[in-house]
Write a protein that binds this ligand. Sequence first.
Ligand SMILES: Nc1ncnc2c1ncn2[C@@H]1O[C@H](COP(=O)(O)OP(=O)(O)OP(=O)(O)O)[C@@H](O)[C@H]1O
Length: 308
Amino acid sequence: MIQADNLSKKYGSDFALRQVSFDIGRGEIVGLLGHNGAGKTTIMKILTGFLEPTTGQVRIGGHDLAQNRRKVQEIIGYLPENCPVYPEMSVIGYLDYCASLRNLGEPEKKRRIREVLEMTGISDRAFDRIDTLSRGLRQRLGVAQALLHEPELLILDEPTNGLDPTQIGHMRQLIKELAPRATIIISTHIMQEVQAVCDRVIIIRDGEKVLDESLETLKESRSVSVALDVDNASDILEALPFVQAVRVDRGKGLSRYSLEIKGDAPDITPEIADTIMQNNWKLFELTPESRDLETIFSETMMSSGRMQ
Ligand SMILES: Nc1ncnc2c1ncn2[C@@H]1O[C@H](COP(=O)(O)OP(=O)(O)OP(=O)(O)O)[C@@H](O)[C@H]1O
């Protein structure tokens, strides 16, 4: 659905984005995760054609964005970071206005407005002024306008920003319900958001892509670190059930083994300890490590000197 190649963006003399590439398949829900100022909005603005990259190309739905911006924008629904909804308009009036901008004809316009109001759960507020809506409902209205033309790709910039926990729950539920209809990209600085709704995460740090992985793979990446007084334990450790691979870092008198464990395995720390005792090896360390998204996010943020 999306191929982004070597995207860079310079504002003045500063790079907000450096050589970012990714491919996103149809039907994926991808989280763009990073701290404030990481470059997420810049990526989203480039994908939606609102901003030209300094270098790099984007293809969306088979179209080159630079050459076919109109065509690409027709298949994208976009919730900008600060969705510009007009406070004095009614919900339905605003959607009618957005539908006109999308060139929807009369009967279709009515049908789609009714459908998006239902999808986003704001039908009962259709005739209310926007300034009487809570922030959560306004965000839903922002999503509703993004859905009017039945986009194949939905780009949501910080969709839960500023919402209370109940509203966040509603928004996440809504995003999941929309998933079968469209490919979805969500930007957020909250890793739990990615865990709650996404299939895949792309972590952006200081304008660079530092991780691009499916959540399934991240869940599966478990290991156990073992420090022993022997340097020839690999074969025995690798023969243990659920151990996929063993890496060894040999040192003088102390060798460190990293045991890669299968994703669906139970906790095999006791079996490892038993094996060590049976072989009369001296144990210096035995640490199960789970590199889940939380750990990975913290690691990537720590290496840039920042923590969530
Ligand atoms: N129009 C602009 N002119 C100059 N610098 C900009 C402009 N827009 C963004 N930047 C800078 O580019 C960098 C990336 O900004 P961007 O808005 O893409 O980050 P972000 O990850 O979306 O952050 P946030 O979560 O705060 O929206 C930041 O350093 C920002 O200050």
